[in-house]
Design a binder for this molecule. Sequence first.
Ligand SMILES: *Cc1c(COP(=O)(O)O)cnc(C)c1O
Length: 364
Amino acid sequence: MNAHQKIAFSCSPTSKPVGADARADLLKDPGFGRVFTDHMVTIRWTKDRGWHDAQVRAREPISLDPAAAVLHYGQEIFEGLKAYTRADGSIALFRPEQNARRFRASAARLAMPELPESVFLQAVDELVKIDSAWIPGDEGSLYLRPFMFATEAFLGVRPSYEYLFVLIASSVGAYFKGGAKAVTVWLSDRYTRAAEGGTGAVKCGGNYAASLLAQAEAIEHGCDQVVFLDAAEHRWIEELGGMNVFFVFDDGSLTTPPLSGTILPGITRDSIITLARGEGRTVREARYSIEQWRADAASGKLREAFACGTAAVVSAIGRIKSANGDIVIGDGDGGPITAALKAKLVGIQRGDVADAEGWVRKIA
Ligand SMILES: *Cc1c(COP(=O)(O)O)cnc(C)c1O
C-alpha cells in the first residue's frame, strides 16, 4: 500500500450516543483525558492481509487474548493531536500530516507496520466528523489519540504478525489546572528518559512507562513535571516527560536542545522555532547544561523558560526544584516572550492570526 492510498471505512454509528444534555454537562469542565466521545476508529493489520477492516464504530472495550504481545513486550506507539473550533465556526486540525509521518517513524522503530499517512488522516477526518458535537467551546478542543499495538497471541520474542490501530477522542480543557500560571519542574538526577540508540525520538508507551517513577517523584516534591538530563553525562537538558523545552535569554534569543535522537521531535517545538525565527529572533538548537541553566538564571541572562507540546501547548517554567536546591527563572511567573509565542501559536490554530505557513487543515 503506498502513502497516498485510501481504504474504505465502514461506518456503524453507536445505537447509544450520550444525550445532548449529559454531553453539555461533561463539556462544562472536561479537564484533560477524562471525557471521551461516542465513537472510535479501528483498523486491523495482519502479516497476510496487510491493512484491512477499517471501521468507524461505537467506542467500547477492546477484547484481547491474554497472550497478546503488547501485554508482555510493550509493542505500542501513539500520537496526539487536536481538532479546534475556529473563530469562523469551521473545524480544523493543526499540522496533522506531521503526526501521520511521525506515527510511521515510530512504527518503523518498533518493528511495526507503517500506516499510510493518507489512511491516518482519513481516520482522523472520519472521527472528527462523526463526533464533532464533542468539541468544547472556548479554550477547549478535541484531543485525538491514535495508537497501535501488537495483538498476536504469541509469547515468543519477535515483532508481532498482527496489530490493531485505534483512534479515540477526548474532549479537553486546559492540561494544567490553573491554566496560565508557570509550572514547577523536578530535576531528576537519578532517572533518565532515553539513551542513544534507544527509543527517545519516537512516541511509544514504553518511554512513558519508564518515566512514571520520576514523575511520581516530581509530584512528591510538589512539582508538575520532570525535566530529564541526558543518559551519558547527566548534564545536558533533554526535555520534560512529554514536552520539549525552550530557554529565552536577555537578548531575545532562544535555545532548545537539538534533535539528537534521544528527544521527541515535537511538532509544537518545530512550530515555535519557525514562529520565533519569523519574528527575527535567533533560535539555537544547541545543548544546554544544568550548570549553565543555574548560572544564567542567577545572573539574569536567562529571562524565561517554557515547555511545549500539543496537550499543554506552551507552559512557562517558573522554577526548577532539585536535590541541590531550587532555581527560579525570572520572577518565577513566566514572561512576555513565552506569552507572545503562545498567543501567536494559539491564534493561528483558532483562526485569529494569519496562517502564513499553511499549517491549518480544515475539515470538510
Ligand atoms: C508528544 C511528545 C512531545 C510533544 O510533541 P508535540 O508534537 O509538540 O505534541 C514532547 N516530548 C515527548 C516525550 C512526547 O511524547
